[in-house]
Design a protein around this ligand. Structure first.
Ligand code: NAD
Length: 297
């Protein structure tokens, strides 16, 4: 397929790489052209604006940090919508607000432009390996048409229902991932303080009912190594938890614990850790407990 791709950062770059490797022809754009160097070397074309990624392509993808970036890139000056015509397809791979993507969908529909949401999970390792979970919302027939491209970036591509449903799935997932991170930091600092070494404790939990990907994959790659190079930036993790608590408010849901997780991420942002990997949030518990969760490299 001929594909436009906007936002080639930590996630977008490996996803775009896998699309090229699968034989798709890419036109890429990012506010930092240098982020696309490897893709241009692999044969991708460069576009100077989001608008310029659209003509001649069957689908345009975005992988952008925040909902406001997605809105600007789609609906703003020189945005995707300006370059689109009736029948053009646009797919958001970012983790975005369901409400924002539903609004974008509505605005684009007025011009006959089709919008799907397809947020991804699996981190930079999953993006590089092409094994991401992809959660798709929108018109199912259009989903079937573009699925070959999604199969190049993901190993578990799931149709979740109407527009915004992919984002709902992704936000619920990330709320759990971030909440688990906070609770795990408490459990692990407790266990170490009470006399068990971290390697034993982590191994036992990983193979017991408290086991989860956070302890088997994420913490070993980041927190346990003291490696806070993102990865998945704390600013993005905080955004995802806030998307969940905002959605809770929108639907009148009781979410006491989620709001505590939200505030823990706000504290990390106030400490200036927004650009560090999201495992940095565990350092707040480490500090309070007087226990560092590190394993020999
Ligand atoms: P990133 O900051 O590494 O990449 C974002 C890219 O978008 C950057 O290259 C940036 O220059 C570009 N960009 C920003 N504003 C732009 C604009 N107006 N026009 C064009 N380009 C612009 O972020 P990331 O980690 O790749 O995350 C991207 C999205 O994927 C986010 O929504 C994030 O929540 C989600 N996500 C991230 C991970 C992860 O592990 N990093 C995993 C799953 C989902």
């Amino acid at each position: 397929m001929k594909i436009g791709f906007i936002g080639v950062g930590n996630m977008g770059n490996p996803m775009a790489t896998n699309l090229i490797k699968a034989g798709h022809q890419l036109t890429v754009h990012d506010i930092r052209q240098e982020a696309a160097t490897n893709l241009l070397e692999m044969g991708a074309n460069w576009a100077d604006s989001p608008k310029a990624t659209v003509p001649g392509n069957e689908v345009v993808f975005t992988s952008l940090p925040m909902p406001r970036h997605v809105e600007a890139v789609v609906l703003g000056e020189n945005g995707i919508l300006e370059g689109a015509k009736r029948g053009s397809i646009y797919v958001d791979l970012s983790t975005n607000s369901p409400t924002v993507i539903r609004r974008i969908h509505q605005t684009c529909a007025e011009k006959g432009v089709i919008v799907l949401d397809a947020p991804v999970s699996g981190g930079v390792y999953g993006a590089a390996a092409g094994t991401l979970a992809v959660m798709v919302g929108g018109d199912e027939k259009v989903f079937r048409r573009i699925k070959p491209a999604l199969d190049a970036i993901g190993g578990h591509v799931v149709y979740c229902g109407p527009i915004g449903n992919g984002m709902v799935c992704k936000i619920c997932n990330n709320l759990l991932s971030m909440g688990t991170g906070v609770l795990l930091a408490e459990a692990l600092t407790l266990g170490v303080k009470a006399g068990v070494d971290l390697a034993t404790l982590a191994d036992v939990i990983a193979n017991s009912s408290g086991g989860c990907k956070r302890i088997t994959e994420k913490f070993p790659r980041y927190l346990f190594k003291g490696n806070f190079q993102p990865g998945f930036a704390t600013s993005l993790a905080a955004k995802d938890v806030r998307l969940a608590t905002d959605l809770g408010r929108e639907y009148g849901m009781p979410m006491e614990l989620s709001n505590m997780v939200d505030q823990r991420h706000v504290e990390a942002l106030h400490r200036g850790w927004g650009d560090l990997d999201s495992d940095a949030v565990a350092q707040i518990q480490e500090e309070k407990a007087g226990v560092q969760l590190r394993l020999p490299v």
